[in-house]
Design a protein around this ligand. Structure first.
Ligand code: NAP
Length: 369
């Protein structure tokens, strides 16, 4: 039976795990809290970067001898394999932990089995405490393991009537400084930030993280099929972060830095590049989460391909009445085919509203229809 103390400790572990967002790929974010028999916290830690110690090891180091006979709360099943660091299941055993509570089972076939190893060695093991919360906190990594492609978050900023620019294409700034600062947090949590050639041409965005101390800069990616939008001197090519300009295999890209050019096949149907191959190429480079920052044409292509895992819309109390909508054609022509979403959060950010939503699970088929 989970006690209030169990829940408090696991919630703290989930909070700790979130501190690793954006800097652990290709590894998951993980948090760990160790409590003694009286329920007092004797050690805690989180996985900070790939190749560095896992959360359990940080927490065990902090606990020292106090780990013996204590309980470890971990957001993800302790790993069972030797990668760049040793298996955490063994580290927990060696430290004399007597009970392990983890939230989510490890779906990675190479690392799973830590729970069984601990159980076989006589440790009390429980799974599933606050699993939904822990799963949400690790959604990017879990999705990438389960689907074999990066997690895709589409973000946009729009007026209350759903426009992302005015009729004359001016768009700075629809939302408030507070909302724009929040976008930098999303960038810091993502492994890669992606825009289409239309946005590169119109806005010349820099796409880096600004205003967050110690943030890991994401890989910046522009899909520019004909290598025509990103010119030498474009802000996205500055030195603050690595950049890839995805272009077609036959595009004339001699004006771009050689190591920034990613050649991809064109889409089999429709305009532009093959987005599946793009996601595969990014996944191969260790990218586990992609923040798609638009514009509407590219976002529409991702929605049409069924590759949007989460939507974050910043809505400003502003009306325009004309100008492009947040989402262009997504291959949906009738209301029965609309992509239904579940809202998971609404938050006021300065004068604006941030709405977070995920695709709704398909409705169960009703008999008799
Ligand atoms: N408020 C906001 O949140 C926000 C965010 C971003 C942009 N914007 C605004 O949006 C406008 C630009 O949007 P946009 O819709 O014109 O352009 P976009 O979505 O930024 O870029 C679309 C272009 O990307 C290229 N592309 C490559 N592969 C593709 C694929 N598989 N599917 C779709 N496109 C692919 C295509 O051009 P090529 O094939 O020729 O390369 C396509 O025309 C600007 O006014 C900008 O200010 C607003």
């Amino acid at each position: 039976m989970d006690t209030a103390a169990d829940i408090t400790a696991m919630r703290r572990a989930i909070t700790l795990a979130a501190r690793g967002l954006g800097s652990t790929s290709p590894n998951p974010v993980v948090g760990c809290v160790i409590t003694d028999a009286a329920g007092a916290v004797v050690g805690e830690g989180f996985h900070q970067r790939a190749g560095g110690p896992h959360a359990e090891v940080h927490a065990l180091r902090a606990a020292g001898d106090l780990a013996r006979g204590s309980t470890a709360y971990v957001t993800l099943e302790p790993c069972n394999h030797t990668g760049r660091t040793g298996p955490c299941a063994q580290a927990l055993l060696a430290a004399g932990i007597s009970r392990v509570v983890y939230a989510v089972g490890d779906p990675n076939p190479q690392a799973t089995g830590g729970g069984d190893t601990l159980r076989a060695a006589g440790v009390r093991v429980e799974q599933g405490l606050l699993a939904d919360e822990a799963e949400a906190g690790n959604a990017a990594w879990l999705t990438s393991v389960r689907l074999g492609r990066p997690y895709v978050l589409w973000k946009y900023a729009a007026t209350l009537d759903g426009r992302i620019a005015a009729a004359d294409a001016t768009s700075r700034w629809i939302t408030s400084p507070e909302a724009r600062a929040d976008v930098h947090r999303l960038r810091a949590e993502a492994d890669a930030v992606l825009v289409g050639s239309g946005t590169a041409r119109t806005d010349d965005p820099q796409l880096g993280v600004r205003g967050i101390d110690g943030a890991t800069q994401p890989l910046r990616v522009v899909v520019d099929t004909n290598a025509a939008a990103v010119k030498p001197g474009a802000r996205v090519l500055d030195a603050t972060a690595p950049t890839l300009i995805a272009v077609a295999e036959d595009a004339p890209a001699g004006h771009l830095p050689v190591d920034a050019v990613l050649r991809l096949p064109r889409a089999a149907t429709g305009p532009g590049l093959d987005l599946d191959v793009l996601l595969e190429a990014l996944h191969t480079r260790g990218v586990r989460s992609v923040l798609v920052e638009g514009g509407p044409t590219l976002a529409g292509a991702f929605v049409a391909a069924g590759k949007v895992d989460k939507v974050v819309g910043y809505l400003a109390p502003v009306l325009l009445g004309a100008g492009p909508a947040a989402l262009a054609d997504a291959g949906i022509s009738t209301i029965s085919r609309a992509l239904r979403l579940d809202v998971t959060e609404t938050v006021a950010i300065g004068p604006d509203l941030r709405v977070t939503a995920v695709p709704a699970a398909p409705a169960p088929v009703r008999k008799g229809n």
